[in-house]
Ligand binder design. Structure first.
Ligand SMILES: Nc1ncnc2c1ncn2[C@@H]1O[C@H](COP(=O)(O)OP(=O)(O)OP(=O)(O)O)[C@@H](O)[C@H]1O
Ligand SMILES: [Mg+2]
Length: 285
């Protein structure tokens, strides 16, 4: 019995030494004055679009901004900024922990990091929970972000391991929720709100994206989806509405880059800048 205790003790000591060497002991850090997670629960409601245009709008307001594409399963940021893989980094470089320093990719005055820069377009990365923490730590702690005012974190859909890990590894100043104007989008968003609240991450507010369509002929807003009752929506949880963004073909980009680059003078771009001011004000409160 005593012998097995001693063995267990040795095992725990060597495990913790190994975790230090590999750099995956949990420590909450932030490379920016404010790290903001953009989350939704539901997929395809516009998280990456909002994260990227919010980052550009914060840049327009004079901020030094980075984007961490934390969607390891479907990294979309490189495509959205018209960039492909940077072949200089090999897959296994990530697993060597703190030894490797990564350089963020610079685009439109933003600093970007994404697994999409490490993978071929048809390559997937089979992450398990441990490698996910190591890679996330590498992106947060092992990347030379320089001086940043804001790090915008684009999360994948769901309330699973990545969302959980981001709240543990990264010191978040707050979370911005993106919802579509449908029942299901609000239902999933409420789960994310609860996850962040459980982890004591402040909810800065929510953006209702794809909310109606502005008629290009008469300028009137057409409601595409039936209105979600307030008590069924995230607003019922006391989440503030920071912006309402209508469906807009200009947002899709069609290879011309993100909206704030392709159409910086449009009404939709101004909505993003108003959102950035609201997020900035929330963060300074
Ligand atoms: N307001 C909008 N008007 C028109 N199209 C939009 C709008 N917002 C987002 N889109 C389009 O909807 C699609 C999904 O958006 P996006 O990739 O940002 O969603 P997501 O929530 O990040 O998706 P995922 O959950 O897969 O990461 C994209 O093609 C994007 O261009
Ligand atoms: Mg996305």
């Amino acid at each position: 019995m005593q012998l097995s205790h001693r063995r267990a003790g040795r095992r725990v000591r060597s495990l913790s030494r190994a975790s230090l060497e590999w750099g995956y002991t949990l420590r909450c850090v932030s490379p920016a004055r404010h790290a903001v997670a953009v989350a939704s629960g539901k997929g395809g409601v516009g998280k990456s679009t909002v994260a990227l245009n919010l980052a550009l709008a914060l840049r327009d307001e004079g901020g030094r901004v980075g984007i961490l594409d934390a969607d390891f399963y479907g990294p979309d940021i490189p495509l959205m900024v018209n960039l492909k893989r940077d072949a200089s980094l090999k897959r296994w470089d990530l697993w060597r922990g703190g030894e490797v320093r990564l350089e963020p990719v610079e685009r439109y005055g933003l600093k970007l990091m994404s697994v999409g820069f490490l993978l071929g377009e048809r390559q997937s990365l089979p992450f398990n929970a441990m490698s996910l923490v190591i890679a996330l730590r590498q992106f947060i702690d092992g990347t030379d972000w320089g001086e940043l005012d804001y790090l915008v974190v684009d999360l994948p859909p769901g309330t699973a391991d990545l969302q959980e890990q981001v709240t543990q590894v990264l010191k978040l100043s707050g979370a911005l929720i993106v919802v579509g104007p449908q029942d299901a989008a609000h239902l999933d968003a409420k789960r994310v709100v609860e996850l962040f609240r459980l982890r004591r991450v402040r909810i800065l507010g929510a953006v209702e994206n794809m909310s109606g369509l502005v008629c290009p002929h008469c300028g009137e807003t057409i409601d595409v989806f039936p209105r979600v009752a307030d008590e069924r929506a995230v607003w019922g949880l006391g989440v503030r509405r920071l912006a309402t963004l209508p469906l807009d073909p200009a947002v899709v980009g069609n290879g011309h880059g993100p909206l704030l680059v392709a159409a910086p003078d449009s009404a939709q771009a101004e909505r993003f800048r108003a959102l950035a001011r609201a997020v900035g004000a929330e963060l300074e409160r």
